[in-house]
Design a protein around this ligand. Structure first.
Ligand SMILES: Nc1ncnc2c1ncn2[C@@H]1O[C@H](COP(=O)(O)OP(=O)(O)OP(=O)(O)O)[C@@H](O)[C@H]1O
Ligand SMILES: [Mg+2]
Length: 272
């Protein structure tokens, strides 16, 4: 099943009366359950693509179909509702409200959603469960200025998941993080993906991209190539004994190194 179809997408910015064609007839499909990474040089249009596809910004031409619905034809109000209820967003510049606690920030999109099926009590319980799962329960009451970058990014993931989106968009979700926090965040994104969420993320990080199922490489507003890496399967930690679990973890590490090598040589071919 298709999660997302992008047809002849164009985006032109006009600055100082000069026309800048940033996206030039971009076409691709993301299947449900995929985890796609967009890579490419700085200024190639990756963020613009993510914003245009997710309805954060209007494309100049072309069509975006989300779960069978043409969202580029929606009026602003309807589009806002689709964004709130059906999409999740994670950005590098984290748009958390500074005068609210981490928990209140996480709850906000769910309270704003007009989905009447859930009571406040259910919403609160869902937020608590998500925070527990991402290991940030203890910072629920902190102001967003009183937490680490990795914690804040995990809070952003919680927030983006509150309305159980069909698809999650992330622009360099690990860009501001150190290696350890970055791995934590990727572990969560991989887990959400295993649970069925479709993910489209932008990254400069080879290790992050190697954990995705497919890479789209964009150069100068066009998709220059695609690399299907296939789904990464996580069976580590499911074994009975300690030894067995260690073996599984070592197996996954080996698999990851192989994927990174494959991706690296492909990126060199693409002119990265
Ligand atoms: N709001 C805007 N108004 C005018 N021009 C813009 C706007 N946003 C982006 N651009 C231009 O579009 C081009 C692509 O920018 P974009 O942010 O999509 O690149 P990117 O691939 O995400 O780069 P990076 O890897 O550095 O994040 C750039 O030339 C940029 O100057
Ligand atoms: Mg960008």
């Amino acid at each position: 099943m298709e999660a997302l179809r992008v047809v002849d997408l164009c985006k032109t910015y006009i600055t100082n009366k000069r026309q800048n064609n940033v996206l030039k007839n971009v076409n691709f499909v993301i299947e449900q359950g995929e985890m796609a990474a967009v890579m490419g040089p700085s200024g190639s249009g990756k963020s613009t693509l993510l914003y245009s596809v997710s309805g954060m910004d209007r494309p100049t031409a072309g069509k975006v179909v989300l779960g069978g619905r043409v969202i580029t034809e929606l009026k602003e109000k309807e589009l806002a509702r689709v964004r709130l209820n059906e999409m999740g967003f994670i950005f590098q510049q984290m748009y958390m409200l500074k005068n609210l606690t981490v928990l209140d920030n996480i709850l906000l999109p769910a309270y704003q959603s007009q989905n009447k099926e859930r009571s406040r009590k259910e919403i609160d319980a869902y937020a608590a469960a998500l925070m527990r799962r991402l290991g940030i329960s203890e910072i629920a009451g902190n102001d967003v200025t009183e937490v680490s970058g990795g914690q804040l990014q995990r809070a952003c993931i919680c927030r983006s998941m509150m309305n159980r989106p069909q698809i999650l968009f992330a622009d360099e979700p690990t860009g501001a993080l150190n290696r350890g926090s970055s791995e934590e965040v990727m572990k969560e994104l991989n887990r959400l993906n295993e649970d069925g969420a479709t993910i489209m993320l932008v990254t400069h990080d080879l290790k992050v991209a190697a954990k995705c199922s497919r890479i789209l490489y964009i150069v100068d507003g066009n998709i220059k190539g695609e690399l299907p890496l296939g789904k990464l399967s996580f069976s580590a930690g499911t074994g009975d004994g300690k030894e067995e679990r260690e073996q599984e973890a070592a197996g996954i590490e080996k698999l990851l190194r192989e994927r990174e090598r494959r991706l690296n040589s492909w990126l060199i071919e693409m002119g990265w």
